[in-house]
Design a protein around this ligand. Structure first.
Ligand code: AMP
Ligand code: ZN
Length: 111
């Protein structure tokens, strides 16, 4: 399988790593939309958040736990966590990833 984020997990493609544990990896988004824009991914491949939720709710929870840890370490004044799913959802990489955005006042609703 040819998956960009699996290649980041194995180290075949470099990334700016922020934090990791046995199941989860966090790295800086290459095209940041906020001063803090980090992607938090399961090390195992799932196409999207729904597939991850169906297969492994523990790891799904670990993504949000890591988002909190990073936000605390960066002392973010609030943050946004987003899963884009499918074409109209704006998903472009089909390995589940939680966006962690912060460091500025974010607009709502998003476009
Ligand atoms: P999405 O559109 O929700 O699928 O998000 C995919 C994200 O991956 C985008 O925000 C991209 O900027 C980001 N991205 C794509 N390639 C890389 C890469 N090599 N390293 C880090 N982030 C990437
Ligand atoms: Zn993958």
């Amino acid at each position: 399988m040819n998956c960009l984020f699996c290649a980041i997990v194995t180290g075949d493609i470099p990334a700016s790593k922020v934090k990791e544990n046995a199941n989860v990896l966090a790295f800086n988004d290459i095209n940041p939309q906020a001063p803090t824009h980090i992607l938090i991914i399961p090390k195992a491949h799932y196409e999207n958040a729904a597939e991850l939720a169906a297969a492994d709710q523990k790891v799904l929870g670990e993504l949000f736990a890591m988002a909190r840890e990073i936000a605390d370490e960066k002392t973010l004044n609030g943050y946004r966590t987003v899963f884009n799913t499918g074409e109209d959802g704006g998903q472009t990489v089909f390995h589940a990833h939680l966006h962690l955005l912060g460091g500025r006042s974010l607009q709502w609703p998003p476009g």
